[in-house]
Design a protein around this ligand. Sequence first.
Ligand SMILES: NC(=O)C1=CN([C@@H]2O[C@H](COP(=O)(O)OP(=O)(O)OC[C@H]3O[C@@H](n4cnc5c(N)ncnc54)[C@H](O)[C@@H]3O)[C@@H](O)[C@H]2O)C=CC1
Ligand SMILES: C[C@H](O)[C@@H]1OC(=O)[C@H](O)[C@@H]1O
Length: 253
Amino acid sequence: MLLVGKTVLVTGASAGIGRATAIAAARHGADVAINFLGSEDEAASCVAAITALGRKAIAVAGDVADPATASDFVTRAAEALGRVDVFVNNAGICPFHAFLDMPVETFERTMRVNLHGAYFMVQAAANQMMRQGQGGAIVAVSSISALVGGEYQTHYTPTKAGVHSLMQSTAIALGRHGIRCNSVLPGTILTDINKEDLADPEKRARMAQRIPLGRLGEPDDIAGPIVFLASDLARYVTGAALLVDGGAFVNLQ
Ligand SMILES: NC(=O)C1=CN([C@@H]2O[C@H](COP(=O)(O)OP(=O)(O)OC[C@H]3O[C@@H](n4cnc5c(N)ncnc54)[C@H](O)[C@@H]3O)[C@@H](O)[C@H]2O)C=CC1
Ligand SMILES: C[C@H](O)[C@@H]1OC(=O)[C@H](O)[C@@H]1O
């Protein structure tokens, strides 16, 4: 159990990697607050899974693209659970689209959710950790896409590079306060974000073949590394980026 007595906040946690992370944190002894947008039922199901593990949980609705959501989420989490020790910035979108006719709205929405949202959420969480005066850990879900391109992800990959860069800069800004900032860089993980893109069995098989570990990832493959970075086992790790991709990145030829 790596997070006993900690309070963990996760954005976009009603499904996918966020949900797996929230539940893994509870399994490791943490109380958990989740931010979500959309399905109340999915959020309630995540809360139920956490409380079934004997931990406290709350769900707070909010669009991370709105900067006001950040202070609302952090304030309500701290009121309900007492404090904020770990913040996981996970919420994200990837509406696949070609470059040459990228709609302005798609570009701007992707930036606002993935990058602006991360910025204001991390800032709000860090300010709460500062008020508590006992340090903390921030983990951002970046991507292998911070390191490589994607033909239909020209709006998305810069946000993931941006999130990775944000962790490097906040690691410097917050290190003296005992707040560690790291990112995880998942490879391709089977979730709703890529359900449509990977619906073609040939594409899916081609992607899996490129992965030395022989399969696409699942949300729990990412939850473990996030829990590790959030925990005191990683107490001297800050400004780091942990690639969690089954070996895909190094498999050039
Ligand atoms: N699935 C993959 O292959 C990879 C995913 N990632 C990143 O992982 C993170 C989680 O994505 P997945 O679990 O894969 O997809 P997902 O679609 O299952 O989960 C995304 C979550 O973010 C929430 N969300 C979306 N927009 C939001 C907003 N404006 N405000 C609040 N919540 C919002 C969604 O409701 C959902 O719960 C994203 O940041 C994504 O970029 C990174 C690398 C690979
Ligand atoms: C959504 C994509 O399948 C996924 O997102 C990422 O960040 C990965 O690089 C994959 O392209």
